[in-house]
Design a protein around this ligand. Structure first.
Ligand code: SF4
Ligand code: SF4
Length: 511
């Protein structure tokens, strides 16, 4: 949204020139409330060329990622059924909530920082909505039906152009929907599914059908309205942008008062030829040709100031630069700038909020890397059993301990649990060391009863060291506090017989 102060402030250097005001009506609505369909004119130029390179690079990346493997795992695989998320060879399991939380918060902070620095660069250059609409679906439309200033290239009778266009849209959408699905099931599974009947994998088929339908709705009908009325990111702009954020701006000081180009006949003093010469005068550089408006994919007039609908696509820059070249004026009447820069002030790229974003990102990234580095081939955690903290049976303190193991490898593994200390501690009711078999990527919990003599306890507890090992060389020592009676001093047989004084000499319960 425009800085409201700037939107009404008079230009003191050029009295009578006012900064433009934003219109209050939605750009895709006619005055009677009906939909205003937009067919933006394509404006070739340096920014369109760069955006094309970026856009087709991103489409290629999106298509290739599911096929790329790192350390034998897909570069990206979001296995929702097993709740495993693989990014560039690292798999996050359901137990990795801290890692996932750090990752998600980092993404949000990165978006905030990027927006404060570069404005809506994501929307105009990298958002899938913009990339697919402007560089896939609209080019297909121009190919079949032409557009403002462009003739249709496919030689078809007019009656079949539109159906042919929609048929191609459908094929493209089905392909994109299948690529989308491969991010969730992997390319091998997808390759199997496409050779089978949909009845053998109805969920996958329904996902592809739904995504295809959603894309057809979005790119055939809803189009720019996704950015204008549906995407929450556009709404966040007003809080994330400041006067020093990079935005696409119309230089109203240079452009106003706008007006059609005035020319008069002039005779060349050397040759004597008569030609048309532009009259310089009170008029600004904007010749009011509307090329920046007709090229805008969201249908706004950038000369009305920064507006929420502007996705930062730079098409108006390319359009206006071409016009400026033709009329012999300097390029940059519309350009990347900052609100402060356009108003004649000095743009400050380095601002306190960037240090805050940078600091927060640094902390989050460090925590993420440290947490990730601490992850081994398995996660082992020891939990207290439910019920009483400890029970004394025949003079021995008994704790229920639940051992949970998460197998982070891609192979099934058997984990053996031993007690390293205290030496007198042992598992009850078992002949040897207990073991627990865990499938790849899964977790299992086993409940064990651990006994230790009262002498091992002081101050109501005893530090025990459990060791969990597996055949692949995995070994993890876990320190765990066994609970027992306070004092822990040896007690005589009489006490052992009836520690809790309840007249029952067999068992004592901790509390
Ligand atoms: S393209 Fe440039 S000259 Fe033409 S109306 Fe827009 S700002 Fe003015
Ligand atoms: S105003 Fe310019 S940069 Fe913004 S959406 Fe329209 S054409 Fe793109």
């Amino acid at each position: 949204m425009p800085d409201s102060d700037a939107a009404v402030r008079s230009d003191e250097s050029r009295p009578g020139v006012e900064a433009p005001r934003a219109p209050s009506v939605l750009s895709t609505l006619n005055d009677d409330g009906s939909r205003r369909w937009l067919r933006p004119r394509l404006s070739p130029g340096r920014f369109l060329l760069r955006r094309r390179v970026v856009a087709y690079g991103l489409v290629a990346l999106f298509t290739a990622l599911p096929f790329i493997t790192i350390n034998g795992r897909p570069a990206v695989l979001l296995n929702i059924v097993r709740r495993e998320f693989t990014f560039f060879g690292v798999t996050f399991l359901p137990t990795d909530t801290l890692l996932l939380a750090l990752f998600v918060v980092s993404v949000f902070v990165t978006i905030f920082a990027a927006t404060a620095l570069f404005g809506r660069v994501w929307c105009g250059w990298a958002c899938p909505q913009t990339v697919y609409l402007e560089f896939l679906y609209r080019p297909i439309e121009r190919l079949f039906e032409g557009g403002p200033g462009v003739k249709a290239r496919v030689p078809l009778p007019p009656a079949v152009r539109k159906p042919a266009k929609y048929a191609v849209y459908l094929v493209v959408s089905v392909v994109l929907a299948n690529i989308f699905l491969s991010y969730f099931v992997g390319v091998e599974t997808l390759a199997q599914w496409v050779r089978q009947s949909p009845l053998e994998h109805p969920t996958g088929f329904l996902v592809v059908a739904f995504v295809t339908a959603a894309m057809m709705f979005d790119f055939c009908f809803f189009r720019e309205q996704t950015c204008i009325v549906a995407c929450p990111y556009g709404r966040f702009q007003s809080v994330m942008l400041d006067r020093n954020s990079l935005i696409i701006s119309y230089d109203y000081k240079r452009g106003e008062p706008r007006g059609k180009l005035k020319k008069q006949k002039a005779r060349d003093p050397e040759t004597g030829d008569v030609h048309l010469k532009t009259i310089a005068g009170e008029q600004g550089d904007c010749i009011d040709c509307h090329m920046c408006v007709t090229t805008c994919p969201t249908g706004i007039d950038i000369r009305n100031g920064l507006q929420m609908e502007c996705i930062g696509c730079a098409q108006c820059i390319d359009a206006c630069d071409t016009v400026m070249d033709k009329v012999g004026r300097d390029r940059g009447l519309i350009r990347y700038s900052t609100q402060a820069g356009i108003e004649g002030g000095k743009a400050r790229i380095v601002r306190p909020r960037l240090f805050v974003y940078g600091g927060v990102l640094g902390i989050l990234s460090t925590l993420f890397v440290l947490t990730l580095a601490s992850k081994g081939a398995a996660d082992v955690s020891l939990l207290r059993g439910q019920g009483l903290p400890y029970v004394i049976i025949d003079g021995e303190v008994t704790n229920e301990v639940r051992v949970k193991v998460v197998n982070r490898t891609r192979e099934a593994a058997s984990y053996t649990i031993t007690i390293e200390s205290p030496a007198s501690a042992h598992f009850l009711g078992l002949d040897g060391a207990p073991s627990i078999a865990v499938a790849p990527g899964e977790s299992e919990t086993v409940s064990l009863r651990v006994g230790a003599p009262r002498e091992a306890f002081a101050e109501g507890g005893a530090e025990a060291v459990f060791v969990v090992t597996a055949g692949d060389g995995f070994a993890e020592r876990v320190v765990y506090r066994l609970l027992g009676p306070r004092g822990g001093a040896p007690v005589d047989d009489d006490d052992d017989d009836d520690d809790d004084g309840d007249g029952n000499g067999d068992e004592e319960e901790g509390s």
